[in-house]
Unconditional design. Structure first.
Length: 452
């Protein structure tokens, strides 16, 4: 019977109150915390047998200190070893209502530099008004012996930081934003984070990596933003151009296509309502004037990052094409004929043309659907290159591990994924770092990229 009762409790969402006794474990990066609480009417199955009315709770707590009193919403759950804990989904802090509890609270660690003696002195002087003074008039704290102006400011700042982060966590968690991203938002916007988000949720798309239009639109809906809000339209334009680049490979869109796609994006978003194409046109022109968009004379619309990338790639391609190719030692037609005889095959005219082209250029792009003989061409190019340049270093790369494996099987040479060959790694700030770049290029005579 005890087991069935526990199972039903585990499914129900409950509210329980407790005072923090000990912090058992805490991950400072995510604020995931396991703590021991003292409460009343704690279910028998959840109580610590050595400490009556003590129970364990687990959840995301931006700030937590001994003696804090919390009302928590969640459910009871049991781990594989049969230990019960309260899984916290939401909570709010109950501020102390007696001077004794207030002294414990002030010396809990939430207030930088405040120990038991200082906390008592603060309460003795200001009584139950002390928290309001810390928040709104911290310089009054200098009346307390041992508190300088610098220390008073530090006490206020340390409390505000944790308090604002807690508010931010509670406000943004319903939108499935990870703790690490919420901390990043707090670091970017500071104490006024929630105020800034309420004013313009779409700024998150610009300022915080990993927050996209859909999340920002969900937040905007809660704050009753208009479907025709200029900030929303701007974010929709950027999202549309980014999606076209990432999903479809387009670095730009024709102006009319961009307008229609953006209109569709906005009207299928979280905020219902018609979006006038004239508003999108007006905002896009404003963005162009502010250099947030680049609209070319032929009406091609770019995000600046893709425009810069296209120009940069174009310049580098030109450098490759302008450079004189290495001179092949043997006649190309004889090499091709030799391969046909050796492998008992007959190259199609287009295959011969592709293989022949390697002697005249430093950059060759071969396109064709499945089964058109691209792999046969690659094998031919490798064999002819080896014959003409013995000992040369040939590198094969592909976008996925599966594609790289197919290249290896076909050519009998080692192949790597593109990111592995470039020695890709994520940096601590979430950006992409490639150890192989224009300043530290790949050591190779011939690089073949398949299915890029």
């Amino acid at each position: 019977m005890e087991v069935s009762r526990a199972i039903s409790i585990e499914k129900d969402e409950l509210v329980t109150e407790g005072i923090v006794e000990r912090i058992l474990w805490r991950d400072e990066a995510t604020h995931l915390t396991i703590a021991s609480f003292k409460g009343e009417n704690v279910p028998d199955f959840a109580q610590n047998p050595m400490f009556p009315n003590s129970f364990t709770a687990m959840g995301i707590f931006p700030r937590l200190a001994i003696s804090q009193n919390l009302v928590m919403k969640g459910y009871w759950a049991r781990d594989k070893k049969g230990r019960w804990s309260f899984k916290v989904k939401d909570y709010k802090e109950i501020l102390p209502n007696t001077e004794e509890a207030l002294i414990e609270y002030l010396s809990s660690g939430l207030f930088k530099g405040v120990g038991q003696v200082t906390a008592k002195a603060m309460v003795d002087m200001f009584g139950m008004d002390i928290l309001d003074i810390i928040k709104n008039d911290p310089l009054k704290l200098t009346k307390v012996k041992g508190i300088s102006t610098t220390k008073a400011t530090a006490i206020q700042k340390s409390y505000q930081q944790s308090e604002h982060l807690e508010e931010l966590m509670l406000a943004l968690k319903p939108f499935q934003i990870s703790t690490s991203k919420i901390i990043k938002i707090s670091n970017v916007y500071g104490a006024k984070a929630l105020e800034k988000i309420k004013d313009n949720p779409y700024a998150l798309c610009d300022d915080v990596d990993g927050i996209g239009f859909k999340i920002a639109d969900s937040i905007a809906r809660v704050y009753d933003k208009s479907p025709n809000d200029d900030f929303r339209i701007r974010a929709g334009i950027i999202h549309t151009l980014n999606e076209s680049a990432i999903v479809e490979g387009h670095v730009y869109l024709p102006f009319e296509v961009m307008i229609s796609k953006t209109q569709k994006t906005l009207q299928q978003g979280e905020i219902s309502g018609k979006v006038d194409s004239n508003d999108i046109i007006r905002v896009s022109i404003d963005m162009n004037n502010a250099k947030e968009l680049i609209i070319e004379k032929d009406q091609s619309v770019y995000l600046p990052v893709y425009y810069a990338s296209e120009v940069s790639v174009g310049r580098k391609v030109k450098i490759l094409l302008d450079k004189k190719p290495r001179a092949f030692k043997y006649d190309m037609e004889e090499c091709i004929a030799e391969l046909e005889e050796k492998n008992k095959i007959q190259y199609a005219p287009k295959q011969r043309e592709a293989i022949r082209a390697i002697k005249d250029t430093n950059l060759l792009i071969i396109t064709g659907g499945p089964g058109t003989g691209k792999t046969t061409i690659i094998k031919g190019i490798i064999d002819i290159y080896k014959k003409n340049f013995p000992g040369s270093k040939i590198i094969l790369v592909a976008p996925t591990g599966r594609a790289a494996k197919r290249m290896e099987e076909a050519t009998k040479l080692e192949a790597k994924t593109i990111h592995r060959q470039l020695e890709y790694r994520p940096s601590s700030d979430g950006k992409i770092v490639c150890e192989r770049n224009e300043y530290n290029p790949i050591d190779a005579d011939l690089i073949i990229i398949d299915e890029s």
